[in-house]
Design a protein around this ligand. Structure first.
Ligand SMILES: [Cu+2]
Length: 120
């Protein structure tokens, strides 16, 4: 790709990003019941991913500080809802990451994550 074409592509991508909220029927970004960078005195029993619009929760993954995935008792379904509560296993002190992918009604996937620390 020429430098000029690259520049054009970058400008187009930027304008699409800016135009996105008005131009497409995306769902609102999902939020989680655990705030990013939260320091929790007690281990949370679950995490709830919610959105103002009905979304699907296509994927959710819990990772420990060692980078290893920790199994979740959650089976993604095709059902759309405004909130999904995902039970968490009993977690000890440490830092964890939960990342998820939601599917909006228009078929677009959106991923986000939170990292939190249990201090107990
Ligand atoms: Cu969309």
């Amino acid at each position: 790709m020429s430098a000029r074409k690259t520049l054009y592509a970058a400008a187009l991508a930027a304008s699409l990003l800016l135009a996105t909220p008005a131009a497409f029927a995306h769902s609102d970004p999902a939020t989680a019941s655990i705030a990013n960078d939260a320091e929790l005195a007690e281990a949370p029993a679950s995490i709830t991913v919610s959105s103002a619009d009905k979304i699907g929760l296509a994927k959710v993954k819990l990772t420990g500080a060692d980078g290893k995935e920790i199994a979740l008792d959650y089976t993604p379904s095709k059902a759309m809802a405004t909130a999904f509560e995902v039970p968490l296993p009993t977690l000890g002190a440490g830092t964890y990451m939960i990342d998820w992918t939601t599917m909006s009604k228009d078929g677009h996937a959106m991923s986000d994550m939170v990292q939190f620390t249990i201090t107990e």
